[in-house]
Design a protein. Structure first.
Length: 94
């Protein structure tokens, strides 16, 4: 999959614990146990998210591109995301 549906990605980020902040773009923040973890964004009115933007969003979310594509496509859950962040040392295991 070289592209993601932007509207579906927006909905899926919200379902998985990201909070939306308004503006010129859709800004999403992920907090865990009261700590800020990651922030990403999508453009308003864009129908698809192309490979280069998927790469940028995956870096912003602190996961690999393949994980992010699965996460944004709803084959990975919020729990999977937290486990991946722990594996990557972003969130402590304690």
């Amino acid at each position: 999959m070289a592209e993601l549906n932007a509207k579906q990605t927006d909905r899926n980020l919200l379902k998985k614990g990201f909070n939306e902040n308004g503006g010129d773009h859709h800004y999403y923040e992920f907090w865990h146990d009261g700590k800020f973890i990651a922030k990403t964004r999508t453009s308003r009115g864009t129908g698809t998210i192309h490979k280069a933007l998927i790469g940028a969003m995956s870096k912003q979310c602190k996961v690999s591109q393949s994980f992010f594509k699965d996460f944004a496509s709803c084959t990975k859950s919020k729990e999977d995301y937290i486990a991946e962040l722990k594996k990557n040392g972003i969130i402590s295991n304690s």
